[in-house]
Design a protein around this ligand. Structure first.
Ligand SMILES: NC(=O)c1ccc[n+]([C@@H]2O[C@H](COP(=O)([O-])OP(=O)(O)OC[C@H]3O[C@@H](n4cnc5c(N)ncnc54)[C@H](OP(=O)(O)O)[C@@H]3O)[C@@H](O)[C@H]2O)c1
Length: 241
């Protein structure tokens, strides 16, 4: 367990006291990002919607991983989460916006319920949790926001159709990431990335990548010094928007 200082703030002695929060960390790519960050000595806060699942995951990951409950679609839960993080830490260095959902509607389905659900999670939910944690990110001298997007949100891939709501949500997420990188102060970098096609509940068993490979670029963007802000990455290299 991490040590507590006199004012009850966590004092973590690894990786220069870096603190990271990963959303959707109870399974899939998010869990693997949390695992690899913790392994490198970062203090990880693993966030999940299901209290039992996220507690179990944190216990499994060990190394002082702290489980917190939060649904990024719920404004009150985002505020509560940020409050809890602020009570334990002075700052947040790394925010991995990983939580996301998919659906396979085509643009001609006009399935507004699916469209709303997916955009509400992948775009508005991500903005909501980032907004809640923004003051804590502001207290870091080298803050990173890593938005887990998808190549399916790349503009040049749109004409393929299908997964319309998902594509639109990730395309919008890319746009918001670019805007945020332009408006953020210089000590907050905003990175956007595609993990590739990864074997998870979302990616399915036919995917060509392990979660370890899927998490690799997120770890790079979290820890590598001197990376440019406002770019789109896959496999640690820049890709077109
Ligand atoms: N797998 C791929 O091939 C692939 C490719 C490109 C991009 N991505 C992106 O990578 C990210 C992770 O995907 P994955 O494959 O690991 O998916 P996954 O296995 O389906 O896991 C998704 C995670 O997001 C969480 N989540 C969903 N809605 C949430 C909400 N409202 N609040 C908080 N957490 C929520 C889930 O929590 P619950 O367990 O509570 O549902 C789960 O932990 C996503 O953003 C996805 O779009 C994946």
């Amino acid at each position: 367990m991490p040590n507590l200082s006199a004012d009850n703030k966590v004092v973590y002695l690894g990786m220069g006291n870096r603190v990271a929060l990963v959303t959707g960390a109870n399974r899939g790519i998010g869990k693997e990002i949390a695992r690899q960050l913790a392994e490198r000595g970062v203090q990880v806060i693993a966030v999940g919607r299901d209290p039992i699942a996220i507690k179990r995951t944190a216990e499994e990951l060990g190394k002082g991983v702290i489980p917190l409950v939060g649904d990024i679609r719920k404004l009150d839960q985002c505020a509560k989460l940020a409050n809890l993080v602020g009570k334990r830490f002075d700052k947040l260095d790394i925010l991995v916006n990983n939580a996301g959902i998919i659906g396979n509607m085509s643009a001609t389905d006009f399935d507004l319920v699916q469209l709303h659900d997916i955009v509400d999670t992948n775009l508005f939910g991500t903005i909501q949790i980032t907004r809640a944690l923004w003051p804590l990110l502001g207290h870091s001298s080298d803050a990173r926001i890593i938005n887990i997007s998808s190549g399916m949100g790349s503009l040049e891939d749109m004409h393929r159709g299908n997964y319309a709501a998902y594509r639109l949500s990730k395309w919008s997420l890319n746009g918001w990431s670019m805007l945020l990188s332009g408006d953020a102060p210089s000590h907050i970098a905003v990175h956007t990335m595609c993990p590739g096609w990864v074997k998870t509940d979302m990616g399915g068993p036919g995917a060509d990548r392990s979660v370890e490979k899927g998490a690799e670029t997120a770890i790079y963007l979290s820890l590598e010094p001197g990376l440019p802000t406002g770019k789109f990455w896959r496999d640690k290299v820049l890709i077109p928007w």
